[in-house]
Ligand binder design. Sequence first.
Ligand code: GRF
Length: 303
Amino acid sequence: MAYLKIIPLNCASRPNAYILCLIEGHVRVGILASWRGSNARAILDHVRLGVLRGVEPSVIIYTDEGAPVRKIAESYGIDAVFVRHRGVLRARRELELAEVLTSHGVDVVALAGYEYILSSHFIDRFKWKILNIHPSLLPFAGGKGMYGMRVHAEVYKAGVRVSGTTVHLVDESVDSGPIVDQWPVYIGDIYKMDLPYEQKLQILADRVLVYEHRLYSRVLQAVADGLLEVSVERVRVPRVAEEGGRIKYVEEELEVTRAVLRVSDSWLRDWRERQRAYVEHQLREWAESGKPMHLICPDGCVN
Ligand code: GRF
């Protein structure tokens, strides 16, 4: 079994070729964001409040000149580096990305609203070290062109009662890399709201965003604590085929790459307790935003 584990130990003595070694208890994160940067800010807030421990955001790379995320980085004292993407060949801009990440000693790359598709060359260079956050429960409403409000429009169109957010590892597919963690969010009441479609979509997006901001840091903490394991598992799945008007099932054996966070119940209890400081801060901020909180968080978003 191919096996990879990100562990915060000096693991030179471990014979397994697939183990990645990070400096003990200290993970440097490089954040790639294109524009708004609210997920980047949530990570920085978790660090500032002492919720995230052993995680050091060392650089925020942004791709659009004038992106609000630049000011966010600066106000938290984090290096903000502009890597022009528009009109620049992918190979060229990725070379620059890699240089910035390497010169900042980055161990883990967190895509947070990065609106470009990375090449397999770049992904290979940072194999299983790139995370992405997506605003739906993947694999639903993911793939090429599925970003921003389009994701929520797809969710709303389907009429699903539960949406949510996913953190996954990035591979050469678009949004189909191994799922690391998900947070389900109930949206069933939104369809009943007597509001224009655009407003309902915005409520959906905001309701999910609240939990994006909580999930990404939880995953980063687990990664820093050495609890992310990536392995290859064989699965058998039914493939449906139609033959002469009859449905036939053929069993197919496949290899899937599985990512698992080996967090224990006590780890989760601990994290929840610690994250309360962030949740309080977050709810204060949202309350000040002038958004319809009774619709975004009908249950108060306390859990
Ligand atoms: C988020 O919804 C994230 O899930 C998606 O892009 C959006 C970025 O928002 N990948 P922000 O820039 O973090 O505010």
